[in-house]
Write a protein of this length. Structure first.
Length: 334
């Protein structure tokens, strides 16, 4: 159930009449004072409002057609929450957003966490129950910002085909089909087909900050099994997977190689994490937050590990932990 915490998209729900909103943000200390806070639409990435942080506080005001998911960038970190007409209070230290819809989200999240914490459920049962709760949450909230959030997370949580997604869109509000998140999910469904197990690898090239270029083909398809880890420094499950990969490498030595692909991350944060986690294998890092590798491979959540065979054929994808170890061990016995 790792994905429950880390799959968190935000989307704009269109309506006809603009209304005023006021977002009051409280920061835990003075470290962000003097910086600019950016309120962005999570679906489009467009900046909606800005404010200077003073006395550990900032206020962002404006008008919107209706409630929408937003992301606040401030103090070097992003914070996701719902903006809705009226007042919203965001407390960074407590990690809370207070307003009617944010309260509803918080209550639902607590119930969803109970599913993740239920040790009587198998992973398959837990995943299925969580997906059904997302679907119900969407159906109960079609008329507010929670609806498109839950809808898209439901699509992301299950491996729907493009045809399945189109069928679900016919039953959803018409504006959902215009969401960028929906377009990305449909693209992921297409890419999952061309990068499925048994297919040859899809190459990509990344330029580093020093101008050097690295390709996946620099490492994959060179006559050796390669375990490729798509990860980010800010992702706790990604960080937890690193020691497991290190243990596998220590056990099997040079029988296989490991390659990291730093995605959705700030390059400086990636380099810091490499030192903290004592990562010794090569890591492909771009000049900004990489999205192309995950777009090409239809990856919707991280960590995501792909095992490539000696000739570059995809042997396995999506396994982590003990499941990954068992699968890798079976290949290394050949």
């Amino acid at each position: 159930m790792k994905r429950i915490t880390f799959i968190f998209t935000a989307l704009l729900l269109l309506a006809s009449c603009s209304k005023g909103y006021k977002v009051t943000v409280t920061f835990p200390d003075e470290s962000a004072n003097g910086e600019t806070a950016f309120l962005t639409n999570y679906d489009t990435g467009d900046t909606i409002a800005t404010a200077t942080i003073e006395n550990n506080t900032c206020i962002l005001e404006g008008t919107a057609d209706d409630s929408f998911f937003a992301r606040l960038y401030a103090g070097g970190n992003p914070y996701g929450f719902i903006v809705e007409p009226g007042e919203v209070r965001l407390n960074i230290a407590e990690g809370t957003a207070i307003s009617p819809l944010n309260d509803k989200m918080a209550a639902w999240s607590k119930e969803a966490q109970k599913i993740a914490d239920d040790t009587t459920l198998t992973d398959v049962e837990s995943d299925a129950r969580y997906a059904e709760e997302l679907k119900k949450f969407y159906l109960d909230n079609k008329d507010n910002a929670i609806g498109p959030w839950a809808f898209c997370n439901y699509l992301m949580y299950k491996d729907f085909s493009e045809a399945d997604i189109d069928a679900l869109l016919k039953e959803a509000p018409a504006e959902y089909a215009q969401l960028r998140r929906v377009a990305k999910i449909k693209n992921a469904a297409r890419q999952l087909i061309v990068t499925a197990e048994g297919k040859k690898f899809t190459d990509f090239e990344v330029m580093a900050e020093d101008g050097a270029k690295q390709k996946l083909s620099d490492y994959v398809g060179k006559g050796k099994i390669v375990v490729v880890d798509f990860w980010a420094s800010w992702c706790p499950p990604c960080r937890a997977e690193i020691p497991k990969l290190q243990a596998l490498k220590a056990k099997h030595g040079d029988k296989f190689d490991v390659l990291g692909i730093a995605v959705w991350d700030n390059p400086d944060d990636t380099r810091k994490a490499i030192e903290e986690l004592n990562i010794t294998w090569p890591v492909i890092i771009g000049t900004n937050k990489l999205t192309e590798p995950t777009d090409l491979y239809g990856i919707k959540s991280i960590p995501h590990v792909i095992i490539f065979g000696p000739d570059g054929t995809i042997l396995s994808r999506g396994l982590t932990g003990d499941d990954l170890a068992l699968k890798l061990n079976s290949y290394l016995k050949f």
